[in-house]
Design a protein around this ligand. Sequence first.
Ligand code: ADP
Ligand code: NA
Length: 320
Amino acid sequence: MIRLSAITPSGHVHLGNHLGAIRRWAAEGKPDDLYFISDLHGMTSSHNPAVLRALAREQLAVLIAAGVGERTVFVQSDLARELGALTWVLECTCSYGEAARMIQFKEKSKGQAGVRLSLLTYPVLMAADILLQGAAQVPVGEDQRQHVELARVLARRFNATYGEVFTVPEAVLPPAAARVRDLSEPARKMSKSTRDAAGVLFVLDEPDALRRKIKRAVTDGGSTVAYDPEGRPGLANLLDILAGCVDGDPVELAAEYTSYGALKAAVTEAVVETLAPIRTAATALLDDPAELDRIRKAGATRAAERGEHRLQSALRLIGA
Ligand code: ADP
Ligand code: NA
């Protein structure tokens, strides 16, 4: 039962990515699971090549540093040949209407000039990511369910039309984790793509930067420390972050603090303690390009080898 998850190098990895995804990949990942840095997906709208390349490397270092098994990680573009070829096969299995119907495409292309064709075909590349590896389960949020559904349809259609090659994947809901929210604007989630980084706690931030950002975090009105996500989202977010870092319960934690100052000090300590070891290990990897390259190459080779027989069978069956 192979599971597949990805993170797009659209910005620096933040605490939300760590608590909501990476930490779990490290703790629960099985040897057969696969985690990849989806840099090819990062090329579907305006991007800076050098920045994308550097971010992909940084994310790889962070994943390894956070304890995601070295044997399970790869960078998507290292499989560009395999994925490009399989994407073509799957595009020949998919109708234009099916791609154009994707809600994400409609939303992301709206009002955009010069929409890249890759933004339309991106879900087909995603199907290739999944089907190349024979992944049975794909943990995705609501926004990506339609894309996994497309991968299911294409796998079934290919198998029925040309011959059995692909495992039909299934979207599974990832275990519920509190959404970490932006410290300055708790109405929105903490995100890599936020331009104003004041409310985003990056995994590679220096402890001083983390301290400063938490100090400035909005706490809403009022003077008591209570857990009220609806009425006081800023404060609730700090409690969620603390709970996430110390593996505690936000309501119980709220009862332990009487001042914002004390709570913020505790949050700072917990965040620094959670992120410092990852930052140290990731920085060491980034300072040792040969070692990072070795890990990267081994992961890519393994992932390519795992998918090669499916790609070759699919090409032969469709007429190559
Ligand atoms: P971002 O929105 O920062 O670009 P992604 O969409 O690349 O993040 O998500 C990568 C992983 O991190 C996903 O599994 C996603 O659920 C998780 N994640 C992203 N943002 C948060 C957040 N604010 N809180 C909890 N988990 C998050
Ligand atoms: Na995003």
